[in-house]
Design a protein around this ligand. Structure first.
Ligand SMILES: *[C@@H]1O[C@H](CO)[C@@H](O)[C@H](O)[C@H]1NC(C)=O
Ligand SMILES: *[C@@H]1O[C@H](CO)[C@@H](O)[C@H](O)[C@H]1NC(C)=O
Ligand SMILES: *[C@@H]1O[C@H](CO)[C@@H](O)[C@H](O)[C@H]1NC(C)=O
Ligand SMILES: *[C@@H]1O[C@H](CO)[C@@H](O)[C@H](O)[C@H]1NC(C)=O
Ligand SMILES: *[C@@H]1O[C@H](CO)[C@@H](O)[C@H](O)[C@H]1NC(C)=O
Length: 345
């Protein structure tokens, strides 16, 4: 009886204590998206901290009333669940990874992927993003890095029930993320022994070079995770996802690294690089000032939107990383209208 009661309390919607993505008011939300605008826009210089916000309760983007370095915004509210003490708790699990961790030196042998997850036996969130040196170590509290102001950045947070984290951790395995701070308490092993090993930077073998997992958010929204390991040496967009899903993709990634991959029409489904983005404001900016990584299907009849880890860049063909995709029509509409100009073949 007591256990049953506990079980009920755990996932009850009546109490807003469940670990989840949090919106701009600090209330639980199924998913949210953030598009932080670059400092340099066409004809204007911004703060580099303002951002567009969209969540599962909304129809389209709005400009946030907050700056991304403020704890009142959705990312700050979401991470406060970790920073306020959950990182010391033995009843929840967390893991933070970033190929460019705060303080620690960059090591190119890890996957080009960034994120943080926090969950208990009921549920939690997975926040994946493109921001180097972020987030900070939990004992430091919320810090948005100076370096993260210059370029545009994107973030996707989804609330998942406990069991979905097995699938998520399995996907992480292929990407070889650089975990720089984690806690997997005794009570969660052996179920999460894989995460423990990854957190301890142990080598865990896997038998394919790519993996696809269907994920279902706490409210039943479908997301699909596509991940590749360093062994799949190709561009994730043109060489895999566009062909697999049979869509023409418009791709926004940062291509300043000197080895950009041009728009590609060699295979049946084309991958075209976005050149200029039209954000709210209107604020126009060039892709070379945008460190975000996202793509949309060109055609409205097959709505597909993905947010991810990898740039269209030759060097990153040799890195682990992934994309989280959705067929949600409103998300597609929101991103498709941002495309101001792209490069044909
Ligand atoms: C956020 O950045 C702005 C501009 O640099 C600064 O004035 C403000 O104090 C910062 N806020 C926080 C909470 O760090
Ligand atoms: C979990 O933490 C609580 C409070 O810190 C402690 O009393 C308890 O013994 C711990 N449980 C385990 C299994 O470590
Ligand atoms: C980078 O990481 C790999 C794999 O963990 C390790 O073998 C290597 O020594 C690291 N290199 C540096 C420079 O730290
Ligand atoms: C990382 O995480 C552990 C466990 O939560 C914590 O004790 C440690 O102080 C953290 N910080 C660093 C810098 O590793
Ligand atoms: C187009 O993309 C495919 C898959 O990534 C690649 O194999 C091919 O070489 C590319 N074509 C050109 C002209 O770059």
């Amino acid at each position: 009886m007591f256990l049953m009661l506990l079980g009920c309390l755990c996932c009850s919607a009546v109490f807003s204590v469940d670990i989840s993505c949090r919106d701009e008011r600090g209330d639980p939300v199924d998913w949210f998206l953030i598009y932080k605008l670059p400092k340099k826009k066409i004809g204007a210089v911004g703060t580099g901290l303002d951002y567009m916000y969209l969540d599962s309760k909304m129809e389209s983007w709005m400009m946030s009333a907050f700056l991304v370095n403020m704890t009142q915004g959705a990312i700050g509210q979401t991470l406060s669940q970790l920073y306020s003490g959950a990182y010391k708790s033995n009843s929840s699990v967390y893991a933070i990874y970033n190929d460019a961790p705060p303080i620690i030196k960059y090591n190119v042998s890890y996957g080009h992927t960034k994120g943080v997850m926090l969950f208990d036996r009921c549920q939690g969130f997975w926040l994946s993003h493109t921001i180097p040196h972020f987030p900070s170590f939990p004992e430091k509290g919320y810090i948005y890095p100076e370096s993260g102001k210059v370029n545009g950045q994107t973030a996707l947070c989804v609330t998942y029930k406990y069991k979905q984290f097995f699938h998520i951790v399995n996907q992480l395995l292929y990407m070889s993320p650089r975990f720089f701070n984690c806690s997997v308490p005794q009570t969660f092993s052996p179920e999460f022994s894989l995460l423990s090993k990854l957190c301890d930077n142990m080598k865990v073998p896997f038998d394919t070079d790519r993996s696809v997992e269907e994920l279902v958010s706490a409210n039943g929204e479908q997301f699909t995770s596509f991940v590749k390991s360093a062994c799949f040496v190709d561009d994730i967009y043109s060489g895999w996802v566009a062909q697999l899903l049979a869509v023409n993709l418009l791709v926004e990634t940062w291509q300043i690294t000197g080895h950009p991959l041009p728009s590609n029409c060699s295979l049946p489904w084309h991958t075209l690089n976005i050149r200029r983005v039209r954000a709210l404001g209107p604020a126009l900016f060039l892709s070379r000032h945008d460190h975000s990584k996202w793509c949309v299907s060109r055609d409205l009849e097959t709505p597909l939107t993905c947010l991810g880890d990898l740039n269209r860049d030759k060097a990153q063909m040799w890195r682990g990383g992934g994309l989280t995709c959705t067929r949600h029509p409103l998300i597609h509409k929101a991103f498709r209208r941002l495309v101001d100009d792209f490069m044909g073949c």
